[in-house]
Design a protein around this ligand. Sequence first.
Ligand SMILES: Cc1cc2nc3c(=O)[nH]c(=O)nc-3n(C[C@H](O)[C@H](O)[C@H](O)COP(=O)(O)OP(=O)(O)OC[C@H]3O[C@@H](n4cnc5c(N)ncnc54)[C@H](O)[C@@H]3O)c2cc1C
Length: 358
Amino acid sequence: MAELELRADAHVAMRDPNAMLERLCAHFVEHFTVTRHDNGARLEGHFGAVDLCSPDGVLDIAVTSPSETYLFVVTSSVAEHLHEFAEGEPLEVSWRGSLPQQPRIPYFREAVVRSAHDITPAMRRVILTCEDTAHFESGGLHVSVLIPPPGRMPIWPGVGPDNRVIWPSGADELVRRIYTIRSIDHQRQELAVDVVLHDSSPGSTWARNARSGDRVGLLGPGGGDIVAADWYLLCGDETALPAIARIAAELPATARAAIILEVAEDSERQDIKSNAAIDVTWLHRGDAPAGTTDLLLEAIKAITTPEERNPFVFVGCERAAARAIRKHLRSEWRLPKDRHLVAAYWRLGHADVRDHGD
Ligand SMILES: Cc1cc2nc3c(=O)[nH]c(=O)nc-3n(C[C@H](O)[C@H](O)[C@H](O)COP(=O)(O)OP(=O)(O)OC[C@H]3O[C@@H](n4cnc5c(N)ncnc54)[C@H](O)[C@@H]3O)c2cc1C
């Protein structure tokens, strides 16, 4: 783990700090390695470490993180869960330490639409300008795009005194959708996102109507950097095409990649450029609605298990397909967890995959 440099502490008075400590440990075990000791517990992970200790009537929390972003993410998330698990008991969470004087979300940036154009019949490219394109260079490929209500001045999310994110509500409520940054042009201060136009959903409508000067908020980037490997299998439907095209474009010449893409029809194909040796297969689902075929799974089943010492599989598609593919890779290919990332990019019949993805 990276060196832990930044620190924030909170001492939170509450009725039953032991019970709170137990609930936090049970919840965060999914994201951190939890170690118990006589005085409490230590949660350690990629984002840093959280030390919890529960002397009489108080929960002592010490967070150490390698970056401002991670320190914010952990303190904000711990504060969120303290309030959730307190079940109505009023708590005062006040962090002290390496936090900025003016609380802010370190991974929020505003961007402005420069232009938009169709790149295929069902995919629209929105070019955004942003002063700080360098911020999006590493840490992941995707962002949450915050779309303000049409015709209103955007109110962006703020940060409360306990570091919890405060979301605008009512008439100022933002639509939040995840998109991949397809490409970054630092010289022109531009980010491109490619949006699937599937119906009159909020994301599709935003892309269809995007006009020069429209403002959006961006949270991210997220998802982690491209994992180093000798051989890649990159699979997905249209929603993952931007991610796969960007991964392919960033692979070194020494890498090899099999790429399998499911699209509606021939007119949805795009040119995939790469310095690596790539082998691209296009699957057409024809009249079948998106998210209803097993074309990707069947194509993966037809591949012989990779013998490379260092393979990596990336898959992004509809949730049910993603689950079936993940199961296959784990049970048949016996791929360890750190050698594949199979993500639900959307869920058939459900809006906003953030609530349903895995
Ligand atoms: C890490 C990540 C990266 C992503 N990158 C991209 C990207 O670069 N480009 C992109 O277009 N999408 C991308 N997605 C997927 C996108 O976030 C979802 O498709 C999202 O649901 C779109 O929002 P919406 O407002 O259009 O539809 P929603 O309001 O979320 O959904 C409305 C209805 O449309 C259905 N639906 C959602 N997406 C599709 C689809 N693609 N085809 C058919 N029906 C659909 C839903 O099942 C629901 O019934 C990404 C998702 C993740 C998790």
